[in-house]
Design a protein around this ligand. Structure first.
Ligand SMILES: [Zn+2]
Length: 590
């Protein structure tokens, strides 16, 4: 009867004659405007006049009717069905058969009567609304059924298993606050319009395997006391699982979320499986708690996934997880303030983290396998975090702003943690690449505040010690750079030392040789040139002698300016040599 097209028309004549069912069909529609006066007494069985005109006959006989409120809690419309003769103590107050907890409803004539009324309501409503609010359902088998009406199951209780396999709800389905005391089977169920399961409680196994939500669905504050299965479920529009509680396994494997997805504050007490799950737009897991396994193997996030302030208390696996946000400048995954209680159990394997944000999240002990891909820095020198590149105008970029510029200190902290992480795993190579990032943050930081901060900041960026460190050896990562500088310095000083006013002084001879003095010594240009070349050679030897602290060199820089130059050369070359040695040591340490 519930199956396929349920026609309202043509049933009208029979429904009019029904003795007890009529009021339940659409109490909201028939609500009189003046029932307030007599319906203030809560759930007391009423003996007075009814708000619904269709109760008139019953009112005339003075018969009490079911006081359960239908629709929203704040409406005054009551069920009004005939009271059911339930065993003593089963119901708090006398109610109708539909609202009674009478165990006899599970079988026999009571079950028949219940189902007859259930079908009648559906048939009568046609494509309108059906109200099953606060009904106490016995075992319900609605497999393959098509519900053409707007179904209101708010706060209904399903005392045994319910079966909606392959059923179709062509209008909205509202299970707000419903209680499923038995297992709930929504396998392949289609929800054509919005569906709500907010605040519902599922006491036994629940299965939405390959269910199809064509419009939005909310599972806010829902409680799954047993396994919750959403394997292969398709959510065409927004899906909201905010504050949902999963007390056993939650399986969203191979599900597809085609719009925005919310798991804000959701609590996963056991395994949370998002294996091969696809999230096509932004996903919000902020404040979520994963008590045991969080499995995101092969999951695909095509928008930004937000794990801010979420807690991973045990294992989490991000293996082959695809982070591929569609828009440039958009982060792929945000872990800000997320906490990893057992960091060594958090695995990132074969994932692209070039656009992940780890700001304010301790990643110093998280396990990043060698296949993890990070962003690279300009010129391929070192690794770069997205914190450094994200536009400050974007939603997540704004949080990185401090005193008008990027919060380089905070970014440097992430670099430090990653350096420490890779160092502790003896992967010095990667650690060094993060070291470059850390030093870059130190260089870029500089003075903040004030209108005139621009100049000192510029100076800090380009002329500070840390900037010089960068020029000289890429923050200790390059040994050929200081070596080249060293060679360059020697050549430079070889050319500088014989300059007029500086000059070279031969041991025991008072005359100072300079480029100018040598030029006039010979009689033709060719010889003069050769004399100059020899002088450059002497300059080179002197330059090397000076750099290597030779005391008894044949030539010495002349006093006073040659000596000043020599001291300067000494300082420079020994610093460069030290940097060279440091870089060598860094490359080959173990
Ligand atoms: Zn009732």
């Amino acid at each position: 009867m519930v199956n396929s097209p349920i026609m309202a028309d043509g049933q009208d004549d029979t429904s009019d004659q029904r003795a007890e069912g009529e009021p339940g069909t659409s109490p909201l529609e028939s609500a009189a405007p003046e029932p307030e006066t007599e319906s203030n007494e809560g759930l007391e069985p009423r003996t007075g006049e009814e708000p619904d005109c269709s109760f008139a006959a019953r009112v005339a006989t003075g018969e009490a009717t079911c006081p359960i409120i239908m629709g929203h809690r704040d409406t005054k419309v009551r069920c009004g069905r005939k009271l059911h003769n339930a065993p003593q103590g089963v119901d708090e107050k006398p109610v109708c058969l539909m609202h009674s907890r009478d165990p006899h409803k599970q079988s026999g004539p009571a079950l028949d009567a219940f189902m007859q009324e259930f079908r009648r309501i559906l048939e009568y409503a046609g494509e309108g609304e059906v109200h099953f609010e606060r009904f106490i359902f016995p075992q319900l088998d609605c497999a393959w059924s098509v519900f053409q009406a707007f179904c209101m199951f708010a706060e209904a209780t399903f005392t045994r298993r319910v079966d909606f396999r392959f059923a179709t709800f062509t209008k909205e389905a509202n299970f707000l606050g419903a209680t499923f005391e038995g297992s709930a089977n929504f396998l392949h169920t289609t929800f054509t319009l919005n569906a709500s399961f907010s605040e519902a409680t599922f006491a036994e196994d629940t299965d939405f395997f390959r269910a199809f939500f064509e419009q939005g669905v909310t599972f806010r504050h829902v409680t799954f006391k047993n396994n919750a299965g959403f394997r292969g479920t398709i959510f065409k529009q927004n899906a909201d699982f905010s504050k949902a509680i999963f007390k056993q396994d939650a399986d969203f494997s191979e599900a597809t979320f085609e719009a925005y997805t919310f798991f804000v504050g959701a609590a996963f007490a056991k395994g949370a499986y998002f294996t091969s799950t696809t999230f096509e737009l932004d996903t919000d897991f902020s404040n979520a708690a994963f008590t045991q396994l969080a499995n995101f193997v092969d999951a695909e996030f095509q928008g930004t996934v937000d794990w801010q302030r979420s807690r991973f208390m045990d294992r989490a696996v991000f293996r082959r997880t695809k982070f591929c946000p569609q828009h440039e400048g958009q982060p792929s995954a945000v872990f800000g303030l997320a906490s990893f209680l057992r960091p060594s159990e958090i695995v990132f394997d074969d994932v692209d983290l070039s656009r992940a944000l780890f700001l304010n999240c301790d990643v110093s002990q998280v396990w990043f396998t060698p296949s993890v891909r990070w962003g690279t820095r300009f010129n391929n020198q070192g690794l770069s975090l997205f914190e450094e590149r994200i536009p400050l105008t974007t939603e997540f970029g704004k949080r990185l702003q401090r005193s008008g510029q990027r919060d380089y200190r905070a970014v440097a902290q992430v670099y430090q943690q990653l350096k420490k992480n890779y160092d502790s795993r003896l992967d010095y190579w990667t650690a060094d690449e993060f070291h470059i990032g850390e030093m870059e943050m130190k260089r870029l930081r500089g003075p903040t505040g004030g209108h005139l901060a621009g100049l000192p900041r510029w100076l800090h960026r380009w002329l500070s010690l840390v900037a010089l460190y960068r020029y000289a050896s890429d923050y200790g990562n390059s040994y050929w750079k200081p070596a080249s500088w060293l060679l360059g310095a020697l050549v430079l000083f070889a050319a500088l030392l014989p300059l007029p006013g500086v000059g070279l002084k031969r041991q025991g001879i008072g005359q100072t040789e300079t480029f100018a003095s040598v030029w006039r010594m010979q009689d033709n240009v060719e010889r003069n040139l050769w004399a100059e070349v020899r002088l450059v050679g002497k300059g080179a030897i002197t330059s090397v002698d000076t750099a290597t602290f030779q005391k008894n060199a044949e030539y010495a820089p002349a006093y006073p300016w040659g000596r000043v130059l020599a001291v300067f050369e000494n300082l420079l070359t020994s610093s460069l040599f030290a940097l060279f040695l440091l870089a060598i040591r860094r490359q080959f340490r173990r």
